[in-house]
Design a protein around this ligand. Structure first.
Ligand SMILES: Cc1cc2nc3c(=O)[nH]c(=O)nc-3n(C[C@H](O)[C@H](O)[C@H](O)COP(=O)(O)O)c2cc1C
Length: 200
C-alpha cells in the first residue's frame, strides 16, 4: 500500500474480528518499522508492552471502561516512555556518529534536558506520539486496522503492567482485523483554519 493510501484509509476502528490473530512476522514488521521513527537526539524514549495474556487483556478492558477493542483486537500495545531516557547511557544514541559529533551532541543533550522536568516529559510524550503514528500506518500498510486509545484508568493500567517509576503511559493501540468499519469521520477542520503563513 502506498503511503498516502495508508494515511487516508487509517481510521480509529472500534470493532474487531475476535478470532483473528496476527502472524508473528507481521507484528515484527510493524514494530521493526516503528523503532525507526524519529526522536529528538535519537533518544528513543518508547518502551512497548505487548499484552498477550487473555486474562490480562480482560483486566485491561475493565480498566478501559469496557471498550471492546482492548480485548477483541488481535494485538494490544501499551506505549510507555522512559522520561529519564535522556540521561540513561546517552552514548548509545550516538554510538554510530563520528567521535567529533558525539563530543558535541552529548553535552548538548545534557544541557537541553537536565533539571527541566516539563521538557523531559514533553519529549517523552512527543516520541510516543510519533511512534504511534508509525505503528498505525505500518499496520494499515499490512491491511490491519487499529485504534489509538487514552480512554482508560491510567493508574490501573500502570498497576497491571508494573509501570516502573520514572515512566509514563502515553496511550494504547489496539490492532487487528475490522469486524465493522469505522464511523464516518467526526468532522475535519478545514486546512485553511489550521494552516497559517509566517505567524498566527
Ligand atoms: C491519543 C488518542 C486517544 C484516543 N482514545 C480513544 C479511546 O480511548 N477510545 C476510542 O474509541 N477512540 C479513541 N481515539 C480515537 C479518536 O476518537 C479518533 O482518532 C478521532 O475521532 C479521529 O477519527 P479517525 O482516527 O478515525 O480519523 C483516540 C485517538 C487518539 C489520537
Amino acid at each position: 500500500m502506498k503511503v498516502f493510501q495508508a494515511i487516508e484509509q487509517r481510521r480509529a476502528v472500534k470493532h474487531y474480528q475476535k478470532e483473528s490473530k496476527m502472524p508473528a512476522e507481521d507484528f515484527d514488521k510493524i514494530m521493526s518499522a516503528a523503532i525507526l521513527s524519529p526522536t529528538s537526539y535519537n533518544i528513543q524514549h518508547w518502551r512497548f508492552i505487548r499484552v498477550t495474556d487473555q486474562l490480562h487483556r480482560h483486566k485491561m478492558k475493565d480498566a478501559a471502561w469496557g471498550q471492546a477493542q482492548v480485548a477483541d483486537a488481535a494485538e494490544l500495545i501499551v506505549l510507555c516512555a522512559d522520561v529519564n531516557a535522556w540521561s540513561d547511557r546517552p552514548e548509545r544514541y550516538v554510538a554510530n556518529s563520528p567521535q567529533e559529533s558525539q563530543d558535541i551532541l552529548l553535552p548538548m543533550m545534557h544541557a537541553f534536558y537536565a533539571g527541566k522536568e516539563q521538557i523531559q516529559r514533553d519529549e517523552a510524550m512527543r516520541s510516543c506520539g510519533i511512534v504511534a503514528q508509525t505503528i498505525m500506518l505500518a499496520a494499515k500498510g499490512l491491511d490491519y486496522d487499529c485504534c489509538p486509545m487514552v480512554g482508560f484508568d491510567r493508574e490501573e493500567v500502570a498497576r497491571l503492567i508494573h509501570l516502573p517509576k520514572g515512566y509514563v503511559i502515553a496511550m494504547m493501540i489496539a490492532i487487528g482485523k475490522a469486524e465493522k468499519a469505522a464511523y464516518p469521520r467526526g468532522g475535519q477542520l478545514l486546512l485553511e483554519e489550521v494552516l497559517s503563513e509566517n505567524h498566527f
